[in-house]
Write a protein that binds this ligand. Sequence first.
Ligand code: LLP
Length: 428
Amino acid sequence: MTHFRYQQRELYCEGVPASSIAEDVGTPVYVYSRNAILDRYRELQDAFPQALICYSVKANANLAILSLLRDAGAGFDVVSGGELYRALAVGADPEHIVFAGVGKREDEILYALRSGVGMLNVESENELSLLAVLAKREGRQVDVALRINPDVDPATHRYITTGKRENKFGVDLETARSLLARKDLFGRLRVRGIHVHIGSQITSSDPYVVALARVLEFISIARGMGHDIDTIDLGGGFGIDYGGEDLASAKEMAADILPLLAKSNCRLVMEPGRFILGNAGILLTRVLYVKDHADRAQAVCDAGMNDLLRPSLYDANHKIWPVRVETDEDQVDVLKMSVASGGRATDVVGPLCETGDFLGLDRFMPGLEPNDLLSVFTTGAYGSSMASNYNSRPRPAEVLVTGKDFAVVTRRETYEDLVRREAGFVSR
Ligand code: LLP
C-alpha cells in the first residue's frame, strides 16, 4: 500500500497527512488516493492489454472516482438503474457499459436500451423473454451476453461466492443451451457474449481456469447453434491483500488465463471492482471513549457498521492502526510490535446499538485514548458503497487525495439530508 505510508510517525495518503484531513473534514471520513486507483487500473490493463476493463461500479460508486477511471479509459459494469445513471453522469461511453444483475426491473431494462448500453448480461429465461419483447417494442437491436453459472468453487467467503450451482446467479449450462435454441427470441437480440462472474476476493487463477474451460466449451456449442459469439466477459473477483494473503498478481493471473483465450477469437471484457479500489482507500475514525474490560480494552469509535459493514457482515479483517504512532518504524513493523511495548488486546467497536457493530475484535493495539485517530485500511472497495443510515447516522464524507492536495468528493450527510425524503409527513 505504497500510497499510504507512515513518515515521521504519522500516516500520509500520498503527500497529505491523514490527520490534517480528519481535522479539516471531520470523521468518519473515507480517504482515497488518486494515484493508487490509477496504478491499479494500469496494472490490470498492462496485464490484460486487449481487454475492455469495465470497472464494477458497486465497489465504489463515487462520481469523482468514476470520472477518474473514465478518463483513464475504463468502461463500467453496472447492476442497477442507479449505477447506470452514475456512469452516464460522468459521461461514460454507453458502448463501454455492461449491465449485469439477476433482477433487472422492466424500467431498468428500458433505461439501458434507450441509453444504448453496449451489452446486457442476461441471467434467466424470463429476463431474456422480457428483453426480447422490449427490444421489439422499442425497435432496437440489442447485444446480449448470457451469464452462465459454471458451477465452480472460487474458494472465498460463502456470501461472495456466485458461480456455484446453488447460487442464484446465471443459468446452468443445460438451460443456457436450451435458451440458445429458442429462435423465436433472437429477432432483435444478438447473443454475442458469454458472461461469468464466479465470486469475489479470489486469490488464485485456478477457479478462473476451470470456469473458462467451461465457457470455451459452451462457446463452441453456441457457435455450432449459429450464435456469433465474439465476447467473453470474465466478470470481476481478483483478490487483494487485506493482510498476509497469498495472492496471484494480475500478471500471474494473465499468464494462466490469456493463453486459454487466445484461440477463442473473442474480445475479453473484465469487471474488476475490489482490485482497483480496495487498497486505494482508508477510513479515518476517532476514538470517542475507551473502556476497560476484564481481558481487553474496548475502544468506542465514531465509525461503525453503518459506515463500514464488512467486518460485521463477512467477519472481514481490516488492519486498524493509529494515524499517529510512537515509533519511526513503518506500519508493517509496527503491526508486529510485541505486547511488551505497552499495547493490549482491544476491541475496536462502533457507536451503534448492535453487538455486531465492530470494526475489529481482539486486535493488538497500543494503549488508545479518547480523541486518538485510527485508520481502517483497505476500505476503498465495498466501504462507502455499502454504507447506510442505520441508527439515523449521516453517512461519512469522502476525500480524494492527489499529491499534496485533497478534495472533498462527497460531502458529509446532514440531519436535513436524513429527513429530506420524508418532508411533509410530520403531522403537526
Ligand atoms: N461483476 C459482477 C457481476 C459482480 O457481481 C461483481 C461483484 C463484480 C463484477 C466485481 O467483483 P470484484 O472485482 O469487486 O470482486 N460486498 C462484498 C463483495 C460483493 C461482490 C458482489 N459482486 C465485499 O465487501 O466483499
